[in-house]
Design a protein around this ligand. Structure first.
Ligand code: PEP
Ligand code: MG
Length: 583
């Protein structure tokens, strides 16, 4: 057994067999072969194809009657792909003509196929790339590790592919959305951090994951039994029966606890001294609304609209956006804060690949409102759609990543321009929609008092605020260890924003991951926060924490914590605060 350690996403436990995704794309042996070895190399390649074919048929024959019907079709597609000349014949020709090893020949042709699927505009067909990657991965596995090991493993493979745990170098947010369609419940990746958008999505989709697991690709093989423990960020590879039973019992306990917590959905989020706190949900796609009902959310505090723009090559037109926003507004009882497009950095239109409409940019680059202001043809249809949809519910419009007042003024001017256009057209729209800003760049947090004069509400985006304040790229796993919501500078900025909002008389909410972590609930209440927005799956736990807290005691604690300069003592104080019995 082997234990690997990374950063856990969520607190769940997943048990299943590994399904390696695109591991072969990283490291493939590459060398010239002697002309006299060509025949042997071609035979090695052909035998690998034959071995995988046998393996897939074997897998198909062993499918239990309870396996989902698409599992068989999934294997059929892989078998068909094995017959495709690009995979089964052309690499052999390259071995002969170019005198290169089989793995390299296969990789070259597979890359061509993957690029072909990447360029297909139909989002469904584009997902077929995953099938190519998986088939090629299987062949590569036989070639690089020998077929004996594979054959002996095949007998132990889980029958239902959707109970497999994805193992990959990295997953883009768009790929993670695709996992939902495959009903997969867990993944582990070599790259990634706790507040990357992939991690955030994983939480909201209820996936269990460990990211930043450096040795994952070298040490986990397709079909290995895995235990993924997100609470500790541990992945156990090939655990023994005793450990397996232990984790299965733990998994069942977690399930029972979740069901007990679910009953809280109907209870109010009131503190012990009767202060009601507003708990809202973050959503990424209209489909996320299903999770809202059971969570008891009072509305949507953050609707990340950029996910409507992903997994496609053309941005959605105004009408499509309008329909999507109307659907959300009609389905939610309570306010819905629609955030304008936050594309760029790790959120690209086409699953992380460069696109003409949104160039590859880093976190400090042309992202969010900067990108929108530089491309009015992308931004204006969205503003029009939001303003039109706003007549169907309690909508608010929120601008991400503001860093200067000029940017804010430019955005407000564009909103006025769009209102005038809609007016001229005689369209139904809400000219008085509240306009708020995300405070997630230190510049805005420091000057929150100035922004408060021009905005109707604030929402603190701690994911970016922490990234920019501590200068740690949220997707770079090598600096994960520096991520600290309790860093004194972060706490001071959060406090400053809450105070500025309160002095200006505008509501302040928090929609970063910090708002959904029960370890910080009491401290944030003590700092004066009264609105929390989070992934729906976090709401019940936060509701419990609110109900277990006595608000009158918290400002004193918050003051002591704000004054504490030493990080270890500060963390200790927060632990003490959380351990306090407020009965
Ligand atoms: C944030 O930055 O905290 C936030 C909520 O926005 P996003 O995670 O989408 O950048
Ligand atoms: Mg943000």
């Amino acid at each position: 057994m082997l234990a690997l350690s990374g950063t856990g996403i969520g607190r769940g436990i997943a048990i299943g067999r590994a399904l390696i995704l695109d591991g072969w794309q990283d490291e493939v042996p590459h060398f010239q072969i002697d002309p006299g070895d060509v025949d042997q190399e071609v035979s090695r390649f052909n035998e690998a194809i034959a071995s995988v074919r046998l393996e897939l048929r074997h897998l198909q024959a062993k499918l239990p009657p309870t396996a989902p019907p698409e599992t068989g079709a999934f294997i059929d597609v892989h078998l068909l792909m094995l017959d495709d000349p690009l995979i089964s014949h052309q690499p052999a020709e390259s071995i002969e003509n170019e005198k290169i090893n089989a793995e390299w020949a296969l990789k070259n042709h597979a890359d061509t196929l993957v690029a072909f699927f990447d360029n297909i505009s139909d989002p469904y067909l584009r997902t077929k790339k995953e099938d190519v990657t998986q088939v090629v991965g299987r062949i590569m596995d036989v070639l690089t590790r020998g077929e004996d090991r594979r054959r002996s493993d095949v007998a132990g493979l889980d029958q239902a592919l959707n109970s497999r745990i994805i193992v990959a170098r990295d997953l883009s947010p768009a790929d993670t959305v695709m996992l939902r369609h495959r009903n997969m419940t867990a993944f582990v990746t070599r790259l990634g951090g706790p507040i990357s958008h992939t991690a955030i999505l994983a939480r909201s989709l209820g996936l269990t994951a460990v990211v930043g697991l450096h040795r994952v690709i070298d040490t986990i093989r397709d079909g290995d039994q895995l235990i993924v423990d997100a609470a500790t960020g541990t992945v156990l590879v090939s655990p023994d029966d005793r450990l397996l039973a232990q984790f299965q019992a733990l998994q069942q306990r977690q399930h029972a606890q979740k069901q007990a917590l679910a009953k809280l959905g109907k209870e109010k989020a009131v503190t012990r001294d009767n202060e009601e706190i507003t708990l809202l949900a973050n959503i990424e796609l209209p489909e996320d609304l299903d999770a809202l009902d059971d969570s008891g959310a009072a509305g949507v505090g953050l609707y990340r609209t950029e996910f409507l723009f992903m997994n496609r090559t053309e941005p959605p037109e105004e009408e499509e956006q309008y329909q999507a926003y109307c659907h959300v507004l009609n389905s939610v009882h309570g306010p819905v804060t629609i955030r304008t497009l936050d594309l760029g950095a790790d959120k690209q239109v086409d699953g992380g690949r460069a696109e003409p409409t949104a160039a590859m940019t880093a976190a400090l680059g042309l992202r969010a409102i900067r990108l929108c202001l530089s491309e009015p043809s992308l931004f204006k249809p969205q503003l029009r759609a939001i303003l039109r949809a706003a007549v169907h519910g309690d909508a608010r419009l929120m601008i991400p990543m503001l860093s200067s007042l000029q940017e804010l003024e430019q955005s407000l001017a564009l909103i006025r321009e769009v209102c005038a256009e809609l007016e001229r057209e005689g369209a139904a729209f809400d000219p008085n929609i509240p306009v708020g800003g995300m405070i997630e760049v230190p510049a805005a947090a420091i000057s929150a008092d100035l922004f408060a004069q021009k905005l109707d509400f604030f929402s603190i985006g701690t994911n970016d605020l922490i990234q920019y304040t501590l200068a740690i790229d949220r997707v770079d796993d090598s600096v994960n260890y520096l991520y600290d919501p309790l860093h004194p500078s972060v706490l001071r900025l959060v406090h400053n924003v809450i105070q500025a909002g309160s002095e200006a008389g505008i509501p302040v909410s928090m929609c970063g991951e910090m708002a959904g972590d029960p370890d910080f609930t009491r401290l944030l209440l003590g700092l004066g926060l009264r609105q929390f927005s989070m992934e729906p799956s976090r709401l019940l736990e936060i509701r419990q924490q609110v109900r277990d807290s006595r608000l009158s005691r918290l400002p004193g604690w918050a003051e002591r914590i704000l004054e504490c300069a030493d990080s270890t003592s500060l963390h200790g104080l927060v632990d003490q605060l959380n351990a306090e019995d407020c009965a």
